[in-house]
Ligand binder design. Structure first.
Ligand code: GLY
Length: 371
């Protein structure tokens, strides 16, 4: 018998830039011309049926005009497209067009597009580079930054995926002007989450500037794009693979992701997170980490952002309690929650431990009472 040791120690540098600005298509092209994708000349532009006409076509044409090989791959807009089936269809379409490993994917769109395209990039030919061109507030606040890529399954959201970091992220704030009002609010839910976990100043800013944000006033939007990024990447740089600290970005998502699935995606991601933030503020109140005034401030800011703060009548609350167990923070069959501490902070239960076990009965009571 023999035994061999395969030495595979790695030093990885996955660093990348996030560029925030207004109308960044030409910056993207200049970066590619200056080597962002190395010597690659073939680009798969992945987008959805809504973003195609607004930005996807433009970026695709721009690449062709600059002498690159490019194709546009379009799937139907909406969270219900974020599936293994759509991933397979995109991969088959790329294979049919002759794409091999010498290509780069450009994701143009919101969180569904960047999550899906980043996952395709992670497995296509065992991995090709990708670039995120984020056109929504939700993608700017959360999805396009940090390297989480995934698809949903009928059981729950985001259970199948990869950590896969993009070559660069572009946050095109000008694109928010074309968002429907409910998508703006949905993105604001992730922004409010960031404020709750890390910045009382951002919380106050959101409270004072909500009207400007809802009407996409450029200066206010640029400010929150920067604040979202700062908060998120500071967490991701310390704990990319979510072994501890990164769980704080899950505030509101234990209940939020569950309610999003139980709603059959009638609720947008941010709408579901908003309800989750209220439920989890209620939990923090019960555990003595926030005051009633702080809980009320969370509810009132979410309402100011035109987000729902109660569980809709069509949600089966028993099913919702069961669905909590699909959360990735569950350990040994126990629900675990991140708990906010006042506004602008979270509870660290032990060094590096930011989620705590909560009895189902406690979570159930909050869910049953939340109106
Ligand atoms: N959306 C939470 C995270 O990126 O960790």
């Amino acid at each position: 018998m023999s035994r061999f040791k395969v030495e595979l120690k790695k030093i990885v540098d996955d660093s990348y830039d996030i560029e925030i600005g207004f109308g960044l298509e030409h910056t993207l092209l200049t970066d590619i011309q200056n080597g962002l994708a190395g010597a690659l000349h073939r680009f798969a532009v992945i987008t959805d049926s809504t973003v195609k006409d607004l930005y996807g076509d433009r970026i695709y044409q721009m690449l062709l005009e600059a002498g690159y090989q490019a194709d546009l791959f379009v799937f139907p807009a909406g969270e219900t497209s974020k599936t293994r089936r759509t991933k397979e269809q995109l991969e088959d379409a790329m294979l049919a067009k002759g794409y091999r490993r010498d290509c780069c994917i450009i994701a143009v769109g919101g969180g569904v597009v960047t999550d899906l395209a980043g996952f395709v990039a992670g497995t296509y030919g065992r991995g090709v580079p990708f670039i995120n061109y984020a056109t929504t507030l939700l993608a700017a606040a959360d999805a396009s930054v940090g390297g989480k890529t995934a698809v949903d399954t009928p059981l729950a959201t985001n259970l199948i995926g990869l950590f896969n970091q993009p070559r660069k992220v572009y946050l095109d704030v000008a694109a928010w002007k074309t968002l429907p009002a409910d998508q703006v609010s949905s993105g604001l839910a992730e922004t409010i989450k960031h404020a709750i976990i890390a910045s009382q100043e951002l919380f106050q800013y959101l409270d004072a500037h909500m009207e400007e944000l809802l009407t996409i006033e450029p200066e206010a939007c640029a400010h929150i794009a920067q604040e979202n990024c700062k908060i998120k990447y500071q967490v991701v740089m310390k704990d990319e693979r979510e072994s501890g600290l990164r769980e704080i970005l899950n505030l509101g998502h234990t209940v939020g992701r569950a309610i999003e699935t139980v709603s059959g995606y009638r609720l947008l991601h941010g709408e579901a997170v908003s309800i989750g933030l209220v439920a989890e503020a209620e939990l923090a109140l019960q555990l003595g980490y926030v005051t009633e005034a702080e809980r009320d401030a969370v509810v009132s800011l979410l309402q100011k952002a035109k987000l729902p703060t109660g569980i809709p009548d069509y949600i089966d609350r028993e099913e919702l309690v069961k669905k909590l167990y699909t959360d990735k923070k569950v350990r040994d069959g126990k629900l675990r929650f991140v708990i906010q501490k006042g506004i602008g902070n979270v509870v660290e239960f032990e060094q590096g431990v930011f989620a705590t076990p909560i009895e189902e009965a406690v979570a159930r009571e909050i869910i049953m009472k939340l109106s």
